[in-house]
Ligand binder design. Structure first.
Ligand code: HEM
Length: 400
């Protein structure tokens, strides 16, 4: 089956890049959960798509059978040579233990509660400044003029790279994640990113600072400096993992508030709901799907998974499983119990979740304080990206 052919049967021939799936995967998951909870496809190789919370969680925790050596939802072509600059990919996300364990440990302090508190003031100023550029116009693209602009600048600050390259970074990250089905674009995006970081690393060796890149170069494991390829991979990961994901979460949340007057009014009048509202918006509009590589033949929940098959970690569908969440498809701003999987589960659980939550909260607080009432300018003009990261890419709103 050609990877672009329209999907006739979601259970046996799904395609996460199908326009129908990108626009509205929710009905597809609902129907699969009831009929074929782990779907399969032979497009882009043999891939499985679990849709239930219990299955997604079990696979995420079974690192013995399910490896993270291939986490891209759109796999690389078989004949693509391995990247000589990044033999380990982007650790820790693309690594199994033991590399996973120490490379994750080396990143975690940068995203602790205490560190993240330190990034809040600059994030707030950034959001205020962005809103200031369009608030008097009565209209804006909440995706391109707002959501998209925030995470990349916060990450640039943490990495110690210049702010004025933000658009270039965004372009590279989109090429790697959003346009991954076009190998030329994906490869050139990755090359752009890595070439840039190779230059930055050389510069930090000459003139170290107190940013993440300099610190990674100073870090020693068992008395030895870390291999440069791991430093490059981890730095590139922070950019790739922190940009599209968070901007998609901010954009989807603003889309929800633009299209659901009741929730918007409630959040404006009960700002104390922000903490639970954020968890709920993350649950319902979870942006991220990851992949796992089957290490050895295994029968999982009756599915004969073969070595080399891939499993798409459908965290977004798990989060709408009615077995676990009452009114699973509904946004309940004060949902009390919410063990959602938007940040994954198990050893690879998102290392940047404190930062993501802070950015989402500050972005919504600042938007609602200046633009409490807003709606879509034209629902047909909204566009969504999907595949590895789902979120709005064009989101024109009006606030007359
Ligand atoms: C709303 C925004 C975000 C979402 C929904 C999200 C989601 C995820 C998910 C689902 C994983 C698990 C991957 C897997 O199981 O293979 C993950 C891992 C990761 N995320 Fe995030 N993420 C977000 C923001 C961020 C930010 C802001 C950063 C930091 C700059 C970040 C850094 C990472 C890292 C380093 C990992 C790899 C952890 C590991 O492999 O041990 N993420 N993220």
């Amino acid at each position: 089956m050609a990877k672009t052919a329209p999907v006739e049967d979601w259970a046996s021939d799904f395609d996460v890049m199908d326009p129908e799936y990108i626009a509205d995967p929710f009905n597809i998951w609902d129907s699969l959960r009831n009929t074929c909870p782990i779907a399969h496809t032979n497009r882009r190789g043999s891939n499985w798509l679990p849709t239930r919370y219990a299955d997604v969680t079990a696979i995420a925790h079974d690192v013995g059978h399910f490896s993270s050596l291939e986490v891209a939802v759109i796999p690389f072509d078989d004949d693509e040579p391995e990247d000589p600059v990044l033999p380990y990919g982007l650790p820790p996300i693309s690594a199994d233990p033991p590399l996973h364990t120490w490379s994750r440990r080396m990143l975690l302090p940068w995203f602790s509660h205490r560190r993240v508190e330190g990034y809040e003031a600059m994030t707030r100023e950034l959001c205020k400044g962005l809103i200031g550029t369009f608030v008097d116009d009565g209209e804006a693209d909440a995706a391109t003029q707002y959501a998209q602009q925030i995470p990349v600048r916060v990450i640039a600050h943490i990495l110690g790279v210049p702010n004025d390259l933000s658009d270039t970074f965004t372009g590279w990250v989109r090429d790697v994640l959003e346009f991954a089905d076009d190998p030329e674009r994906r490869i050139s995006g990755m090359e752009g990113l890595i070439t840039y970081f190779v230059g930055e690393v050389a510069q930090r060796r000459e003139q170290p600072g107190d940013d993440l890149l300099s610190e990674l170069l100073r870090t020693e494991i068992d008395g030895e400096p870390i291999e440069e390829s791991v430093v490059l991979g981890a730095a590139a990961l922070v950019l790739i993992a922190g940009v599209d994901t968070t901007w998609s979460a901010i954009g989807s949340s603003l889309w929800h508030l633009a299209t659901n007057t009741e929730d918007r009014v409630r959040l404006n009048s009960e700002p104390d709901l922000m903490a639970t509202a954020i968890e709920e918006l993350l649950r319902v509009y979870s942006p991220v799907t990851m992949a796992r590589l089957v290490k050895q033949d295994v029968e999982f929940a009756g599915c004969p998974m073969k070595r080399g098959d891939r499993v798409l970690m459908n965290f977004p569908s798990a989060n709408r499983d009615p077995e676990v969440f009452e009114d699973a498809d509904k946004v309940v701003l004060d949902r009390a119990v919410n063990r959602h999987l938007a940040f994954g589960s198990g050893i690879h659980r998102c290392a940047g979740s404190n930062l993501a939550r802070m950015e989402l909260r500050v972005a919504l607080e600042e938007w609602l304080s200046r633009i409490p009432e807003f709606r879509l300018a034209d629902p047909a003009a909204v566009t969504w990206a999907g595949g590895q990261v789902r979120g709005p890419r064009t989101l024109p709103v009006v606030f007359p």
